[in-house]
Ligand binder design. Structure first.
Ligand code: MN9
Length: 293
């Protein structure tokens, strides 16, 4: 089980065509390319997919297409979180029917639900499906913080396979992993992937793996072989690229880079802003030579 969920998982970007519709042709091209590059699987409908800017039907469409394009080759995790339990269950059931290996959900946000409510939300979902749940821990966006005790309430149940930890709190990650060594912890911030590995992560889910998975697969393998110095060199290199990306917006920047690489990703959805031609040139001039070397 753990083998299936370790390694590098791109949080798949959503390509849009000129009419702001999902471009399934580009999505297929992107997935094929990433499978060839050696990713372990895909995180579908996550933050990177602009999931909270997609309609419910669009989220289902992406789940269905991902399963079709993947055709059983790699591990598929669907981020099914909506703030309504009812909608999240509908998406979870849909992902299960499409053959996904696991679901994942952000904590219900916006209304400042109590922990009891958040807990009920997750258990209502796992009770509805027969595939496991990976908690999506992203306190910076969701506003929901899980203490180690909170997380234990979930992880002691076998239906919760682990956590996607998108938080700079690596002490918490260490504590989760120490308490539950058999569970899977996937690092969420690409720029601190190596830090995450050293604090117990089994792999990672992230945006930049859409266009530079190879660097991170190497970091992962070097770490496993105990070649930390070499891994540090690559993390440092990746971080120069990520720092540049963060100046412009991760998704709009990543889409520009992939488009330049021949995978037409289109624009980001409003209210995200798109790069101006000048910004695009500046970004590509800086990062493309770095990615190539
Ligand atoms: O999936 C991503 N986090 C968010 C994880 O989208 C909030 C990361 O991959 C970041 O985009 C990346 C840049 O900060 O680490």
């Amino acid at each position: 089980m753990n083998e299936k969920f370790s390694g590098i998982f791109p949080a798949l970007l959503t390509p849009f065509d000129k009419n702001d519709e999902i471009d399934y042709g580009a999505m297929k091209t992107l997935m094929e390319r990433l499978i060839e590059q050696g990713v372990s699987g895909f995180y579908i409908d996550g933050s990177t997919a602009e999931a909270f800017l997609l309609s419910f039907e669009e989220r289902k469409g992406i789940i269905k297409a991902a399963a079709e394009f993947n055709a059983g080759r790699k591990t598929l995790i669907a981020q099914i979180g909506c703030i309504s339990t009812k909608q999240s269950i509908e998406l979870a059931e849909y992902a299960e029917s499409c053959g996904f290996n696991a679901v994942s959900s952000v904590a219900p946000f916006y209304y400042k639900f109590s922990f009891e409510e958040v807990k009920r939300y997750y258990f209502d979902i796992v009770n509805a499906v027969n595939i496991p749940m990976m908690i999506y821990n992203i306190p910076g966006y969701s506003g929901v913080n899980f203490s180690v005790d909170n997380m234990s309430e979930f992880l002691k149940d076998e239906r919760f396979i682990g956590v996607k930890h998108t938080s700079p709190d690596y002490f918490a990650l260490r504590q989760f992993k120490t308490a539950f060594p058999g569970k899977i912890f996937l690092n969420g911030f690409d720029e601190t992937f190596l830090a995450g590995l050293s604090m117990g992560a089994d792999g990672a889910i992230g945006s930049t793996y859409n266009f530079m998975p190879d660097i991170f697969i190497k970091i992962y393998n070097l770490f496993k072989d105990g070649k930390i110095e070499e891994a540090m060199v690559l993390q440092k290199k990746a971080d120069v690229i990520i720092a540049e990306l963060l100046k412009y917006g991760v998704m709009s920047g990543a889409k520009a880079i992939l488009t330049e690489m021949g995978v037409p990703m289109g624009r980001v959805r409003a209210p995200f802003s798109n790069l101006t031609e000048e910004q695009k040139k500046a970004l590509l001039n800086t990062v493309m030579p770095l990615i190539a070397n």
